[in-house]
Design a binder for this molecule. Sequence first.
Ligand code: ATP
Length: 349
Amino acid sequence: MSFVNFQGVTKSFGKTLAVEELNLSIEQGEFFSLLGPSGCGKSTTLRMLAGFIAPSTGRIHVHGRDITDLPPESRDIGIVFQNYAIFPHMTVFDNIAFGLVERREDRTSIKRKVEAALEQVGLAGYGGRYERELSGGQKQRVALARVLVIEPEILLLDEPLSALDKKMREEMKFWIKNIQKSVGITTIYVTHDQSEALTMSDRIAVMDAGRVLQVGSPVEIYEEPNSRFIAEFIGESNLLMGRMDDGQVDIGGTSVPIPDPRGAASGDEVALLLRPEQIRLEPLSPEEPPKLTGRVADEVYQGSIRRYLVESRGQTVTVEVPNRPDLSQLPKGAEVSLFWHPDSSVVLR
Ligand code: ATP
């Protein structure tokens, strides 16, 4: 059995089915993310694991022990919330010491552990400050230190970065991931931000409407999504509508090769997933046969890339071109060729 197991877990609030028939296995030491749009059931899943709410049906096991009916304080699980939940009338030191004091640890051991935790989160010397004297990123470090100091078996992080500005979020993503790896603590991370999940996770469960749609590594989720929903939710995507024809996909009369029909049979309507960064855009030329041809409908300058919208076979294809002087810039209205490696496309039914 895996370290954390949800077995057939369902949670309804009145008529709302928040989580439906959830079966999930999380390994010890893993950084596991629950990713999905608002209202998909991520926080409910986390809260059931923490013990704040009880499943309507199903069981939850941790380390082989059925914890479904245990109160939160008997679960050995630490949780960090989006809003930090730091006590404003206590110093940073006392906030971090709180759980240890409750456990009646002796003063010397508390002092040693809190100082080690402050060091670990990069806040050595900040013990005497109050919440109002900390930046958002520092508050979140205190919140994390307060949990790590009690050495729980599992760390739960519920959208911990969403109150921070973009630059701080970027910094904290790598920082949290590094701390998690160095401590080796099994971590479950809730987010609706696909870039956070891709950057930090060992594995991701993508959820929608109370259900898990796919579980996989960031590479699997991004490169081999199992549904149109996931292809569109994770990263930028083109979904070109076509029809299976003799092992290829026919897009408006042009056959394009594919790596794998993934169960689609001749005549089936399919969507071909093509990521904008996987497409090469060139002026129309007779020399190299392209996969598709088209016309530039629009071009948007975005600093590091130029984004082209190309009309092809009645559909719009988005192409990202790195902003480099050796790559051609194409004006609106230009006739163009589109190239891509067949392995970078995915057939979705
Ligand atoms: P968000 O990212 O917005 O927090 P989420 O994916 O975490 O969303 P949940 O908070 O788990 O989603 O909510 C799932 C569904 O359950 C939603 O439809 C929500 O309205 C409903 N829900 C959650 N908690 C309760 C509650 N205590 N009472 C009634 N309905 C609830």
